[in-house]
Design a protein around this ligand. Structure first.
Ligand SMILES: [Zn+2]
Length: 186
C-alpha cells in the first residue's frame, strides 16, 4: 500500500514537471540517429544453442527502434527463422513429390507435425487439374484425390507424448461411404 502510494505520487510529480524536458528538436535528433548496429547480436541464440522453450524467447528491440523478426519472433516462428539462417528447413517446406502419381500401395508421403494435415493435389503431371484440397488426419492418414486418383498418406512426425490424442475423449469421426468400401475395391 505504502509502495503504491509513493509510486503514484512519483508518477504525478513526473507528469507535472518531467525531469528531462524534451523539446521537439531533440526528438528529431533521436529519430535520425541510427541505432547502434549489432547491439543485440550477443543476445541472439543460434539455432544450435536452442535446447529449451526459454531459449526461444527473443532479446527484443533496442528502445526507439522498430524490432526485426529476429528480435521479436518467439516460439516455433523463432525456431524457423533461426533454422533458415543456418540453412535448415525445419518445417520441410519442399513441395510434395510430383514425379509420379501416388497409389494405395505406394502413396505420396505428406509429413505432418499436427493431428490433421491439408494438402492440395493438382494432378499428375502437376497442374493438370485445379487444386483440390485433401484432409488427412492421424486417425485417417490416407486420402485419395477425387479428380485424378492420386493417393496421399500423412506421416505423423510430431511429438509422441502428447496426451491430446488419447482417443478424443470418446469422440469418433462420423462414418462416410468410404468406410464401407471393401478393401479389395479400393
Ligand atoms: Zn488430383
Amino acid at each position: 500500500m505504502f509502495l503504491q502510494r509513493t509510486a503514484i505520487a512519483a508518477a504525478r510529480r513526473a507528469a507535472v514537471s518531467p525531469v528531462v524536458k524534451r523539446s521537439f528538436s531533440t526528438s528529431l535528433v533521436r529519430l535520425t540517429t541510427p541505432p547502434p548496429s549489432g547491439a543485440n547480436e550477443g543476445k541472439v541464440k543460434k539455432f544450435q544453442e536452442i535446447k529449451t522453450e526459454e531459449d526461444l524467447l527473443p532479446p527484443g528491440a533496442l528502445p526507439g527502434t522498430v524490432p526485426t523478426d529476429l528480435e521479436q519472433a518467439t516460439g516455433l516462428e523463432r525456431l524457423e527463422i533461426l533454422g533458415k539462417m543456418e540453412g535448415v528447413d525445419i518445417f520441410d517446406m519442399k513441395p510434395l513429390d510430383a514425379s509420379r502419381k501416388g497409389t494405395l500401395d505406394n502413396p505420396i508421403i505428406v509429413k505432418s507435425f499436427g493431428d490433421e494435415q491439408y494438402a492440395g493435389c493438382t494432378g499428375y503431371p502437376a497442374d493438370s487439374h485445379v487444386t483440390i484440397w485433401l484432409t488427412m488426419s492421424r486417425d485417417r492418414p490416407i486420402e485419395r484425390c477425387p479428380e485424378c486418383g492420386n493417393v496421399l498418406k500423412m506421416e505423423y512426425v510430431g511429438p509422441q507424448d502428447d496426451h491430446h490424442h488419447d482417443h478424443h475423449h470418446g469422440y469418433e469421426e462420423p462414418k462416410t461411404f468410404a468406410d464401407f468400401v471393401r478393401p479389395e475395391y479400393r
